[in-house]
Write a protein that binds this ligand. Structure first.
Ligand code: UDP
Length: 328
């Protein structure tokens, strides 16, 4: 199929674009390069610079004719969304409506959307399945949930079929070593831990040690980006084959605490990784992990690279290529 990967120059998007390319699809990347990188665009992919906030850019892109699009062009910092919701409204919400409207105008019928476990909010039970109540605690999570609802309306009224993939904690890098772009100003645990291992940061701050968990630190479900990427390809096949939309959780089903992740990072990198316990971060749930049984059943998905050692070693390999922080 002809697939437009919106946000395909970013960290997750580049892995997704690679997976579609490897599966034999014709891939075009659309990205405004605000956090994406040209070095993340593969030979064999077309590139259209553009911004989802600008309907004209989308019109120009979709007029090339695509069977499907994948939408990963969102701001994703939970903390920032609680301070600057405007930014998230304009980009995540209005930008997605622009995409949906461009799809309608140009007869593109399939969309695979990066949703998030942040749509659930604090867990009422674990592991989290797709029937768990949706009660986002951050504005970021709210934008993802609203978009899922827009998608359902466009499915009903305009016959657009969608896959909403609720990622748990995306981590790791391409095991084949073909994607080596570092995220600018990363906010997530693993890249921050790598920056400490490299000596680019003095220490890792561990947010909270008084949670009701086995070691007092938060538990999360880390899932490898290449596993996530594969789920996008499988989901597009599903919605095409079944002519039916899809909402599934994507997690490794394994809960890892922040302390366990830090200790594993010390072991895998052989670096000291100084860490200090600090206060809790606003909005953090104590434990979050998924059941991915539905993804397994519907799209035949099972993580292959989401064990802790592969998550860390694939990331560390990329950081080892850099003598200094490229953004310092
Ligand atoms: N975390 C931490 N220190 C950091 C960054 C993250 O202790 O510098 C913790 C955070 O509180 C959470 C876990 O690591 O419990 C994963 O956080 P991340 O921001 O990577 O993803 P989130 O779970 O917020 O989507």
């Amino acid at each position: 199929m002809k697939v437009l990967v919106i946000g395909g120059a970013g960290y997750i998007g580049s892995h997704v674009a690679k997976a579609f390319l490897k599966a034999g699809h014709k891939v075009t990347v659309f990205d405004n390069l605000s956090s994406g990188l040209l070095m993340n665009i593969f030979d064999g992919e077309d590139f259209i610079p553009g911004d989802i906030r600008h309907p004209d850019d989308l019109d120009r892109a979709f007029s090339r004719g695509f069977d499907a699009c994948v939408h990963l062009a969102a701001f994703k910092a939970v903390g920032e969304s609680m301070v600057q919701p405007e930014k998230y409204s304009v980009n995540n919400i209005s930008g997605t409506l622009n995409i949906l409207n461009a799809m309608c105008a140009h007869n593109c019928r399939y969309i695979v959307f990066s949703s998030s476990a942040a749509t659930f909010g604090s867990p009422q039970y674990l592991p989290i399945d797709e029937k768990h109540p949706l009660n986002p605690e951050s504005y970021y999570g709210f934008t993802k949930l609203e978009i899922e609802r827009f998608l359902a309306w466009y499915d009903k009224i305009k016959d657009i079929r969608f896959a909403a993939l609720r990622y748990f904690n995306a981590a790791g890098y391409d095991p084949e070593g073909e994607i080596i772009g570092l995220e600018r100003n990363p906010q997530n645990l693993l890249p921050i831990t790598m920056e400490v291992a490299k000596g680019w940061r003095k220490e890792l701050q561990i947010f909270g040690q008084d949670y009701d968990t086995r070691d007092g630190t938060c538990i999360r479900d880390y899932v490898h980006v290449s596993d996530l990427a594969e789920a996008h390809v499988n989901s597009l096949s599903y919605i095409d084959r079944e002519n039916k939309s899809l909402v599934v959780n994507l997690g490794s089903e394994v809960g890892i605490s922040v302390t366990e992740m830090t200790e594993a990072a010390r072991r895998v990198t052989g670096k000291e990784i100084p860490a200090r316990y600090v206060g809790r971060r606003a909005g953090d749930a104590s434990a979050l992990y998924a059941t991915s049984a539905l993804a397994k059943e519907l799209i035949g998905w099972a993580p292959r690279y989401s064990d802790v050692d592969t998550l860390i070693s694939s990331t560390w390999k990329v950081y080892q290529k850099y003598d200094k922080n490229p953004y310092a």
